[in-house]
Design a protein around this ligand. Sequence first.
Ligand SMILES: [Zn+2]
Length: 194
Amino acid sequence: MVGSTELNRQCFCCREPFEKQTMLRLVLDDKGHLWPDLLQKAPGRGSYLCMQVTCLSRLNDKRLRASAAKKGQLICAKRDLLFAQIQELMAQLSTSYLQMHRAAVGREACLTLVKTMKNVQFLLASDAGKVIERDVETWVQQGKRTLLHHWFSVAELGDVFGRDKVSLVALQNKVVFQRIVCFSEWNKRLGEVG
Ligand SMILES: [Zn+2]
């Protein structure tokens, strides 16, 4: 029983319980500024947000803000500013995940990996192009492989790995891949709402 309640947190916006790992933790610093705590480890009082589009769009709602203030809960001062902070942090974290964990970088390295490994996760740059996309889709069909169309562009993925351009990366670490999938989904929703 303790285990199941430990895993869930109530969204301060919709009041529904969600798995903690799928939520965004927001922390108030001692200067009264609200910060997204993507790693859920920062000290201080935290509130959890479910990150569904309905709740993201309600963050500027006056009634929600008034009732949350009355209960002493945290609500961000400016939604746009918070969204920009979240997006910047997600990009930073994705970059360090990709740099820290073993990744095959570029089409040729990925092809080599595909020949020897079944469980591979691919991150394809948003502007990688149809030809390479078709290649990866074939590889995915051939094995236990997952493809994510990442929001990083070819140039941005290139920056991550200190190259000119990178259109494709293969990751073997499933946990890291799942975090990036989650960030990618959040990024899409923030774009829809903002
Ligand atoms: Zn919610």
